[in-house]
Design a binder for this molecule. Sequence first.
Ligand code: F6R
Length: 607
Amino acid sequence: MCGIIGAASSRNVGKLLIQGLHKMEYRGYDSAGIALHQKDHVTRLRALGKVQALEDLMIEHKPKSKLGIAHTRWATHGKPSEANAHPHASNEQIYIVHNGIIENYKELTKKLKDSGYQFASQTDSELIAHLIHHHYKNNDLLCAMQSATKELEGAYAIAAVDLNHKDQLVIARYKSPLLIGVGIEENFAASDPLALAQLTSNFVFLEDGDTAVVKKDSYEIFDAKSKSVNRDVTHLDIETSSVTKGEFSHFMEKEIFEQPQSASNTLESRLGSNDVLDNIFGLGSSEIFAKTKRIQFVACGTSLHAGKVGRFWFEEIAGIPCYVDFASEYRYRNPLVEDGTLFVTISQSGETADTLAALRYARDKDYLSTLSICNVPTSSLARESDHVLFTNAGPEIGVASTKAFTTQLVSLLLLAMSIAKSQDKNPIMREAITKELKDLPAAIDESLDTKTAIQKITPAIAEKNNALFLGRGIFFPIVQEGALKLKEISYIHAEAYPAGELKHGPLALVDDSIPIVALSPENDLTEKLISNLEEVKARGGTLYVFGEGQDQFTIDSGSYIGMPKCNKFIAPIIYTIPLQILAYYVACHRGTDLDQPRNLAKSVTVE
Ligand code: F6R
């Protein structure tokens, strides 16, 4: 993971680089560093901890420079420390920042050590600086980068500066995102356009194997054969307001409360009066959907939970079976692909290494087609899939996914309806879902009102170290998502179970020290769920139940939180909201760094 950035400008770049790093902290935040060219030397500053620690160093040292590179890190090789922070240097001559993983680092490190290079870190990235130095001849940094990258196996986005050139960056990309931001009298390189949102709206996305020289008034790109190539300039208006917290205390809180709007954005121009519109997944998608007999979902984390919810909808609405797999497991299996299987990836970032690798693996198999549900239009996943539906959630900055998840669910309903429509299945059901979806933003808005009741139960849950989440049917993946939210931001261990499974083991955990959070919507399984909850009550468990019919159930210890009445298909989306709010307030109560929880990063671009 990690975020890299570089700038060549006619003004001082220190502040711009730090600003860009702040925008990329979602990619990692255990240490940060910067290298600034200063004619006769390069100033390197590195700090353990968040970008703010580096910014404080910059304020202290005030280095001025018109050319520089910087990095925010999420440790893969070597623990977070100043020595392991980037930029890495070779002989005070070559300085590099790297995002990715070098798989053949052991062989290359040995070779470089044998030729006399001394290593100052435990990272797999430092060798890149030495390797470039090793190939550096005739003052030609580009050529040295091209020769060095030919020896690298794995994934990389690299930006380098060398002492002999005060006016150029050299960059390289393979399987890790990298782009050039085109400005006026200045050009940039970065892992994500978000990092450059305040500097330019024009971006050039590098392809695998590309290298480039970036100067303040020009840039030139070379393909994997070192041939000069033109790559399209993409104009992107990235709303800078969406990358600030506004009136909210945290990005996560802002993103939870943005969900009526994000759901409405996902639906915009995709629903007709009675049905989903044709070809919302791109031209030709209806023909593919007509032939779809099965779905293989592949995703990670929260996005995987969306796929698990989707499975219920595809079976019911489109009448086709679905398989759901962890991307990190799928890519190392040899899946048997049945005739007519559509391969679907789900990802907020579109850069998750395991999901992307699974897509690339699937392309060589006999799938009918590949489709992605993704939030980032410029992402690798979106570019490499045959069909895409963008979730239109807007930038999600909080590490814990909220609005990305609910917009993925909306997109999956649209996909299930589109397939059903292409196969002439369930027109009345499709009409009913269309109506439900039109009511969705208002229904989410209403469910946000649970906030006050949730704040009251927060202290009791925040003091515990474990929690159990229960749901049944389509609400089981929703409680899995609720448990994931709680553990990742509050560090409380939380486990989710289908309520009917309790008696097969987990009931042994029940006593008054473990809060039990349950979803009890009105549906065919309500009575069965209530019987399961009675079993918990009988064993002294403390229950926090979210449901629509308190009259059916009394709670001795805990609370019942009333939910708005909601229709069947959108109910899983509505019931997600209080679980996000619960995790948020519990984490606030425990005082964790909830937008950037420990050990995590927003976009997991390493295996
Ligand atoms: C949890 C969370 C992660 C991501 C996972 C996949 O809140 O955000 O579990 O869902 O890392 O990321 P994407 O969706 O970007 O592929």
